[in-house]
Design a binder for this molecule. Sequence first.
Ligand SMILES: Nc1nc2c(ncn2[C@@H]2O[C@H](COP(=O)(O)OP(=O)(O)OP(=O)(O)O)[C@@H](O)[C@H]2O)c(=O)[nH]1
Ligand SMILES: [Mg+2]
Length: 390
Amino acid sequence: MSKAGIENLDNDIDTAFSEFNDYVKQHGVEGIDKFLEDALEKWKQVDINIAVVGNSGSGKSSFINTVRGYEFDDEQGAAEVGEEKSTTTVPTAYPHPKNSQIIFWDLPGMGDIQNPDLKTYCKKVQLETYDAFLIVTCTRFSSNDLHLAQEIKRSLNKHFFFIRTKIDVSVQSGKMRKKVFDENVMLEETRSRCSEVLGDLLSSKQDIFLISNHYPKEWDFPKLTEAILDAMPKYKQESLTLALKSFSPEIIRRKVKTLKRRTWKSAFKSAVVGAIPLPAVSAVYDANLIIDEINMYRTTLGLPKEWSEEFTKLHSATKETTAKLTALLASYVVSSVAEEYARFIPFIGTGIAGGISFATTLAFLRYYLKKGEDAALLALQEAVEKLPRN
Ligand SMILES: Nc1nc2c(ncn2[C@@H]2O[C@H](COP(=O)(O)OP(=O)(O)OP(=O)(O)O)[C@@H](O)[C@H]2O)c(=O)[nH]1
Ligand SMILES: [Mg+2]
């Protein structure tokens, strides 16, 4: 393994060893496998509750579907969407399909329930239980929206975001109804009108997000998902980053960064398993562990499987880059089996064999992530180019 090929390996090894040593000092080697397993699965065990609030028809359910990665509103598990009034009167939970601990809550708008006074409303929806609030409108923000935001700011000190949906409709009608239409001017005017109403509640005009739930790669949708991530406490960011769909290059980069932090733990786990002197069992187990980890990277980055319908629709260059990842994994699995033999050559102790496995696996996982990032960025670029511009 070339030293230059592994970025920051020394730092990672230092961190790995100190966490590892702390565990061993306290508990001995007993349960080390479980310790690493828990460290790798921790991201699935963090609760995140995001409230989506706004009047009926503003696009709350549509937003909840899109941000959870649903492309169609009639998919199983998607929230009900419709032109007809389906007013929510009690908070309804929509767990993220990739991580059920992340919940988007569809809250009734203050104007949509019988009890419009702020105090009763806050009590009814248990305002204090949410991590962040998304206040949604498809027209202009109402006085109820403002009162709610003031309450969140004053007594909860939590983040809230103002979201203006259906921007695609505004752009479309502007194009149809104006002789001279400048999209940027229209967006700026919409932003200014919203910010006049919101006044002191905004620190900057950029805190209003102009989105379309039907085109999540356009306008401010990607920026909004990044802002929600930034608003989360550090330990919650990892879970949300891994669960979100790759709406923008920035999200892909954040995902890769987060996944990179896992690599040493996976490599360590594979090394610990590899150090057990049971040739047949360890060869199979080691490879499976890495295959599972790689599959998780692939799903998280949204890279389609080779036999999927999504894959067949890709341009040939994207297909080729994505397919190379599978070949990369196959070559690693073969070489790791070869390494298994070396492990049982006399003079190479099992501890050293574990060390070899750690370093090669870490290098491989990081190399794979780099290639995965390239493929995911290419697939995203291609998806954006294919969007039907209205
Ligand atoms: N063009 C366009 N239509 C949207 C957008 N967001 C929502 N819609 C449409 O607006 C209608 C209402 O959307 P919903 O998501 O059901 O609205 P809601 O806020 O959940 O409404 P209630 O459940 O009645 O409170 C549906 O026909 C959606 O398809 C958007 O960004 N662009
Ligand atoms: Mg709804």
